[in-house]
Ligand binder design. Structure first.
Ligand code: GLY
Length: 387
């Protein structure tokens, strides 16, 4: 077992708190989205885009951790600002309304957050298409192209945590039923037999059959975009936390985690796409790596044997250490940036005119969320499978 360096987790959390404080002071009404690693200046979005919920998510974590009304008030304010997105037709709203809003209920018993999260969950459940057997990306989905009601992606598993939370909050089984169907179908469509994951698919609207696989943000349709692998792992783990009896999901989660661990470079931080021919002279994706860190720590609690639990717990700890030692500022002598920026994320490597958010070596608000969540798990504030 890796020794649990608790003070190290605490110190990293304190570094991230410096950055959260600085971000709080710098923002007006728009949500942090990504920042250039060199400057730390946030690019913001008016309504939060798919990423914005990560920001109140970090504030809820600090509210719970510190008990300070400063973070609680800020979390409530930023959470409420997501309200205009509650009825958008996008599978990705599950991300914002789970981490940005439902976490207010889970971590801080906030009633307004619970009400808003349930409103979004009700709308999200209504996006389920029984012919396709899943929630399609939706006409308002935030990708560069090819979205709508015939398209799916592994990223759309972002719908799953909000729906399972809503099922537990209300006792209405229909939320969990849609979450389970969506999980099964999206994993089956996008996971290859070797445990690697392709990002995107087009479906025949008449019968749900897969027309083609492709990628919105990866290198190619036959490559492994690091965040495709990461999203598949973390949401398979969340789904299993709610339905531990689903053997197929567990087999897929273990296959996907083992694929990651046997392909990630020795330093444990992934390149943006595992098949970029320029490797090692290409960009890392610390956001993908932080998402996988969260998934490994969950698997460290959920895997079916003590040996497997120890294996994935150790891998999660080592991944967190790789991120905080190599990519969480300060990362070198003479550092002038704020402490606690997780740099080295690749939001989008593609640079053609239709692509949004083409930026590499960035700090992303969602990558930072998953590292902060993982550190709070390692530090013992929250249990990995409860979030
Ligand atoms: N669409 C989610 C992502 O860019 O990771």
């Amino acid at each position: 077992m890796v020794s649990t360096a608790k003070p190290r987790w605490e110190q990293a959390i304190e570094r991230m708190r410096c950055r959260v404080d600085q971000t709080l002071e710098s923002l007006q009404s728009e949500f942090p989205h990504w920042a250039e690693a060199a400057t730390g200046t946030w690019t913001t979005t008016v309504d939060g885009d798919w990423t914005g919920g990560a920001w109140p998510g970090m504030l809820w974590l600090f509210a719970r951790r510190t008990g300070s009304s400063r973070y609680l008030d800020a979390a409530r304010l930023w959470s409420s600002r997501l309200e205009p997105r509650a009825h958008l037709q996008t599978a990705f709203k599950g991300f914002g309304f789970y981490y940005g809003v439902a976490l207010g209920d889970i971590l801080c018993a906030d009633k307004d957050a619970a009400t808003l999260a349930l409103d979004a969950a009700q709308s999200l459940k209504g996006q389920y298409d029984p012919r396709l057997g899943l929630i399609p990306l939706g006409g308002d989905a935030e990708e560069s192209e090819d979205v709508g009601n015939c398209f799916s992606s592994i990223d759309s598993l972002q719908a799953v945590p909000l729906l399972f939370w809503a099922a537990e909050k209300t006792g209405e089984a229909s939320f969990a039923d849609v979450a389970a169907r969506h999980t099964t179908r999206v994993l089956d469509i996008h996971m290859r037999p070797d445990g690697s994951i392709v990002q995107s698919s087009e479906l025949n609207p008449a019968n749900g059959k897969v027309v083609r696989h492709f990628t919105h943000k990866g290198f190619s349709e036959s490559s492994v975009w690091a965040r495709a692998q990461a999203w598949g792992l973390v949401y398979a783990a969340v789904a299993l936390a709610h339905r531990p009896q689903e053997k197929r999901w567990m087999e897929q989660l273990i296959a996907g985690a083992d694929w990651w661990l046997s392909h990630v470079p020795p330093g444990l931080v992934a390149f943006w796409d595992f098949d970029d021919p320029a490797i090692p002279n290409t960009e890392t994706d610390t956001a993908a790596t932080a998402i996988v860190c969260s998934a490994l720590l969950k698997l460290g609690r959920l895997a079916p044997s003590a040996d497997l639990r120890a294996k994935y717990q150790d891998a999660g700890e080592l991944t967190a250490l790789a991120l905080i030692n190599g990519y969480l500022t300060p990362v070198g002598a003479g550092e002038t940036r704020s402490q606690g920026m997780l740099v080295g994320a690749c939001f989008n490597k593609r640079r053609d005119a239709r692509v949004r958010d083409s930026v590499t070596n960035a700090e992303t608000i969602f990558g930072s969320y998953y590292l902060l969540e993982s550190l709070n798990v390692l530090d013992g504030l929250i249990e990995a499978e409860k979030i």
